[in-house]
Design a binder for this molecule. Sequence first.
Ligand code: SF4
Length: 701
Amino acid sequence: KQKYTQKEKVYPTQCPFCSVQCKMQLVEQTSVTRKSYRTVGLMNPTSKGRLCIKGLNAHQHTFHTDRITHPLLKKDGEFVEVSWDVALEYIAKNIHDIQNEHGKNAMSVYGSASITNEEAYLMGKFARVALQTKYIDYNGRLCMSAAASAGAQTFGMDRGLTNRLEEVMYAECIILAGTNIAECQPTIMPYFEQAKENGAFIIAIDPRETATTKLADLHLKLKPGTDAALANGLLKIIIDEKLMDESFIENRSNGYAEVARHLEDLSLDEISEKTGIVRKDLYRAAVTFAKKATGMILTARGVEQQTDGSLAVRNFLNILIATGKIGKQGCGYGAITGQSNGQGAREHGQKADQLPGYRSIENDEHRTYIADVWGVEEPDLPRKGVSAFEMIQKMDQGEIKGLFLLCSNPIVSNPNARFVKKALKKIDFLVAVDLFMSETAKLADVILPTTSYLEDEGTMTNLEGRVTLREAAKSAPGEARHDWQIICDVAKALGKEQFFSYSCAEEIFNELRLASKGGIADYSGITYNRLRGNEGILWPCPSEEHPGTGRLFEESFAHADGKALMVVVPNEPMIVKEKPCAEYPLYLTTGRVMAHYLTGVQTRKSSSLAARHFESFMEIHPETAKQMNITDQTLVRISSRRGSIVVRSKWTATIRKDTVFVPFHWDESQNVNRLVEDKLDPTCRMPGFKVSAVQVETLDS
Ligand code: SF4
């Protein structure tokens, strides 16, 4: 009889697998014979209790027996378990040796956008105060840097969405540019479905037909890499047809006259030819968007991960400003973040050029303020370093000798991945902090075990800019420690204890509040007490009485004169993208599938998620496939100028005939980033992931 008695335990938490940060609870049922789990969505203002397949199965990787639960030290090529004391002493000695011999900047730090705000803040402080190196950047560089740079330059500040998500339902026209929300952030799709039910006209811009584009009234299936030119076409039509909001342009923006002059000389036939979109559809999109009373534009990696990604986003922002569709209900912009803390992790100092609160590391006033908060001298703070991929280039060149890597897998996630692996193998010392033996962790000298989303504590900021508190639901397995504890432990081992003495995440958050005070991302009015039992607070929140800011730019933008800045965007980027040629006749574009997250280190460990997609694949149009003798569901080799991979073909009649698509969640021989170009956007240093030229051959003999 007792066999059937069950005990139930409930762990409240939030999903770690995208920027919606769906609230949920994990229910653990224990009987005499077994333990089982189920996950239930919790009501909250963003996802409203909904969960997708990733959230429903998030616990599976957490309980996986492959979790690293003890510090590991590589001896004679094999990892052996050691105590924390031994690991920390070894790390401190190696860092001291490297910095004594080669200088402070011989050490580097590579962070993550999947960690808490407190940990992102500490990573920046760790690099600048404990290591005193200028070389710090993070994997968000590969994800959000184009949108962040565009927002900062056009509006004077960058927050993922300028409005609460619920305002989507009030938009009469919505442009979804390079974003596949239905697969990547499924629980917010109902906002767009509701908008459509309310009568909204939806325009999707994507080279592929996806679950998201199916919702659209008009799908502009453009040639990969031509988003900036397409936005020029739309803007030209709006101006030619005199559909601008002249009063908004006059009173709230700068730069319009130059943009209008530039567009005068552009030929719509050329834009049509370049983008592959017929003039009729360009007109329909432009005129519909401009004529509707309200409208929003949302972009994601499809537009942003290009060598002109920041300018392409700015061109979509030009459209918003020209039509006056920002700062009002149902009008605004959103960059749909991919990583779970893609927003918060980019605000508090993990970037090469940034101090907490979006302060600039090159601004003397900002440096002095942060130096005071940290209790160091301003001249001792390093200056600006370089972006994530450029740090790897410096490893290849021998300038960077050591790396402290936190919760990232750069040899899978960076472009030209074979080069990246070669560069990381060249450095003298690599410390990796991770849950699992990722492809990059395998190269490490020391691996430190960290906590998963269920065990971690701290605040996160979702795609709306809403700060939420995720408290630890379970204790850490084995000897795993929180990322913030690990950063402090290493800093202490380096002799910097006085700057890193915290007893809990809340203490770090209180320092972050002070560090962000008066900055753009001002968290100073947000406290743990306010967040407990609260539905989150949208920053900026400059005092404890302030309710948070739902809608930005109602009266002014964040530039000193209060105006937005429009910019001329060329049709052709300064950094030329690869184009198909005789040897490499197809465009390659990359993206996500619903079941996996980033490089798959966590989701490939979940049996339910892995079963959905246990291997990579290549979408190819059947007509193109037949010309190349490629049958459906057979192995193909895809090659670019940088290498080749082998994946399975998937005939897909809805993709462009000149384009193949491969998702990026797999490693080594299936890692599509081996094929991808490593040219960078000159403004934000985003690699051009979304456009490469490839050839495909069948392996079916
Ligand atoms: Fe929600 Fe995103 Fe997790 Fe899906 S992956 S449950 S949408 S947070």
